[in-house]
Design a protein around this ligand. Structure first.
Ligand code: SAH
Length: 248
């Protein structure tokens, strides 16, 4: 009898020890084999952020903290998993890509997500950017035009009660949940879609790559002031897959 109690106590102690061990141990779960790689990537981004400090393309520490919490390897196809913590875009099927971590960090910085804000993402893709935004506690709505990608991302994002997803043409935004404090567009538009501008709150910000599908695109930070006037700032030359859909 007392022997059983002793064993039980021993187990409890082992469980407590496990949760305290470094290396991503959660109770009863194996260590995250990618933890060291993820930390190295964040350190690399931190170094880039220091180099860019003071420029329009500066990355805030808070954005890096959000990236550090999301296991990027769970958002890429199994064949790409070992490259998940390289600072580059990766193929996710259907001719689409998960953006480079540096760009995700920058767009997250510019969107400045936090609890209490409502954010629209256009181009769910893998679901990674939506997860990073959701880690802030913001309410995130993300829309994807390719149905199988939308379905896969919805599955991955189930762990976030503060993320809503749907299949559809994000050129037209998501009217039912508008207006948004921030809008993050992760595919390149030829110009800023008017419906997205309409669905931005006064005082809100939109981060959007604009330009031709094949040549130069520029990441823009669009501010709508409290009077509804729009101000646009060029942040960085970028290369995104094209925003499809829309009127033409
Ligand atoms: N944010 C994504 C990046 C995906 S790449 C991630 O973190 O993985 C851009 C995505 O935008 C693609 O999946 C593409 O299918 C989608 N897309 C392109 N045009 C769109 C549109 N009009 N509405 C919604 N999604 C669109």
């Amino acid at each position: 009898m007392s022997g059983e109690v002793a064993i039980a106590r021993g187990r409890v102690r082992a469980a407590i020890l496990l949760t305290l061990l470094p290396g991503g141990f959660a109770f009863g779960q194996p260590a995250d084999p990618y933890l060291a790689q993820r930390r190295a990537l964040i350190a690399e981004l931190q170094a880039e952020a220091r180099a860019d400090a003071g420029s329009a393309a500066r990355i805030e520490r808070t954005a890096l903290d959000l990236l550090a919490r999301v296991p990027r390897h769970e958002y890429v196809p199994a064949s790409e998993r070992d490259d998940a913590y390289e600072n580059r875009p990766l193929a996710i099927g259907y001719g689409q890509t998960i953006s480079q971590p540096y760009i995700v960090a920058l767009m997250t910085s510019l969107a400045a997500p936090k609890k209490g804000l409502k954010i629209l993402e256009v181009g769910t893709g893998s679901g990674y950017q939506a997860a990073v935004l959701a880690e802030s506690g913001a309410q995130v709505y993300s829309i994807e035009i390719i149905a199988p990608l939308a379905a896969q991302a919805a599955q991955r994002l189930k762990r976030y009660p503060n993320v809503g997803t749907r299949t559809g043409d994000g050129y037209y935004g998501w009217k039912e949940h508008a207006p948004f404090d921030a809008i993050v567009v992760t595919a390149a538009a030829s110009s800023i879609p008017p419906p997205l501008l309409e669905q931005l709150c006064p005082g809100g910000r939109m981060v959007i790559p604009v330009g031709s599908s094949f040549f130069t695109q520029t990441l823009l930070l669009v501010h709508k002031d409290p009077q509804g006037r729009v101000r646009t700032r060029q942040v960085l030359p970028v290369r995104f897959v094209p925003l499809t859909g829309g009127p033409g």
